[in-house]
Design a protein around this ligand. Structure first.
Ligand SMILES: NC(=O)c1ccc[n+]([C@@H]2O[C@H](COP(=O)([O-])OP(=O)(O)OC[C@H]3O[C@@H](n4cnc5c(N)ncnc54)[C@H](OP(=O)(O)O)[C@@H]3O)[C@@H](O)[C@H]2O)c1
Length: 376
């Protein structure tokens, strides 16, 4: 009997990548079951007789969930938590996601007696990279810093570690940077799709495509995490006994500056952007937030242009994609005036050698959106 995976958030950018990884890279002798869950109906591009779907809402309390999961999840050995509720304010985001994980874990423990590993995906916000400059690259052992704004990753992680104590199973926590990946469903934080919309519309309008940021972020160092690569690391650590009860950062393994990456991405869509971009605003102080212009404002009157472009290119089905653009989220990322990257040295030390050129992680993702018919 092979291992039995339980992947939550299977409609999402991270959960779908773990599913696709297992389907593409494993046999039924290695993994005999792949149980997937999301709240809404399952939408996937892969098919495999090992896949079973169960709709679950992790806002329900754990005893109700356990009743629903008892039959389907009883043989689960490896669980991957990639569920996430997106809210625009931390006041709403934090309590929602904290209880989501607690309900999942408590119900799973009740029904899966042969559990071997539970992996929780969190992210770079663990290090407060979103709030202010931090020691960079951030390392897994960096101490937590108490902030005035709560961080839901901490209670999720604490609950995982507390529930594991004295158990046979082990835990992992995976911490990616901004995820470059594709799903066919809307996602609260979708950088690649938002950029694809922006560049495509600029091309259609015949304008240049400057980066909506500030001079510090433009010239600073950044990194991103490709969803299929996160899946690769996730399966590696969760099935490797040496990696038990450890947290791991995961990025593409390279660093880049937006000043040089941005024009390459623009060129991929056939639109002009220059590494000598002229900014309207002065160089900001490190730690401030600043945007030369916002994607939220820019996008507010572009829906018609997108619709016309989709018709012109013969892909009217892509019109809805405009609504998937996470304009506000992207503004929030690009307004930073500091570089914050993650170290992947720990994963390397434990034997993981995954990497991808970040430019390629973007273009492969753009190509997938195209193959899904989501962009012309
Ligand atoms: N996306 C990024 O750039 C990024 C970067 C760093 C870290 N992270 C972290 O990675 C983790 C996973 O995020 P993600 O971006 O992969 O998520 P995502 O693409 O937004 O997917 C979230 C998934 O959670 C499911 N879900 C939502 N509400 C649910 C509920 N009440 N009960 C059960 N399932 C529910 C959704 O199901 P339906 O679609 O069926 O509703 C969806 O499958 C989060 O902790 C996030 O903070 C994300």
């Amino acid at each position: 009997m092979g291992k039995s995976a339980f992947i939550t958030g299977a409609n999402g950018i991270s959960g779908s990548a773990i599913l696709e990884y297992l389907v593409a890279n494993t046999t039924s002798e290695q993994w005999s079951e792949i149980i997937v869950t999301s709240r809404s109906p399952f939408k996937t591009t892969v098919s495999d007789p090992r896949i079973r779907f169960i709709a679950l809402d992790f806002t329900e309390d754990s005893s109700k969930l356990a009743e629903k999961m008892r039959d389907v999840c009883k043989s689960v050995t490896h669980a991957y938590f990639c569920s996430y509720i997106h809210k625009e304010t931390f006041e709403e985001l934090n309590p929602a996601n904290r209880s989501l994980f607690e309900n999942f874990l408590d119900s799973l423990i009740e029904v899966a007696s042969g559990l071997e590993n539970v992996t929780l995906q969190t992210g770079g916000k663990h290090y407060n990279v979103h709030l202010h400059p931090v020691a960079s690259p951030a390392r897994e052992e960096d101490p937590r810093v108490k902030e005035t704004i709560d961080n839901f990753y901490y209670p999720q992680e604490d609950h995982l570690i507390a529930r594991q104590r004295g158990s046979k199973w082990v835990w992992n926590v995976i911490r990616p940077e901004a995820i470059i990946g594709s799903t066919q469903k809307p996602n609260g934080m979708n950088e690649a799709l938002t950029l694809a919309l922006y560049f495509s519309i600029c091309k259609e309008l015949g304008t240049d495509a400057p980066m909506p940021t500030n001079q510090r972020y433009w010239g600073g160092v950044d990194d991103v995490s490709y969803a299929p690569l996160i899946a690769d690391l996730t399966i590696f650590v969760s099935t490797n006994p040496r990696c038990g009860n450890e947290a791991f950062n995961v990025t593409n393994g390279d660093y880049f500056t937006w000043r040089y990456m941005w024009p390459r991405l623009a060129a991929y869509f056939g639109v002009n952007a220059t590494s000598d971009q002229v900014f309207q605003k002065e160089v900001p102080k490190e730690g401030d937030i600043q945007l030369d212009f916002t994607l939220a404002d820019w996008s507010s009157d572009k829906k018609e242009v997108w619709n016309k472009l989709c018709d012109k290119k013969g892909v009217p089905g892509a019109k809805d994609t405009f609504e998937f653009g996470t304009w506000q989220f992207q503004d929030w990322v690009f307004q930073r005036t500091w570089s914050a990257t993650l170290s992947v040295n720990k994963a390397r030390k434990f034997g993981w050698n995954g990497h991808i050129d970040s430019y390629k992680s973007f273009t492969e993702t753009f190509d997938r959106f195209r193959s899904f018919g989501m962009i012309p």
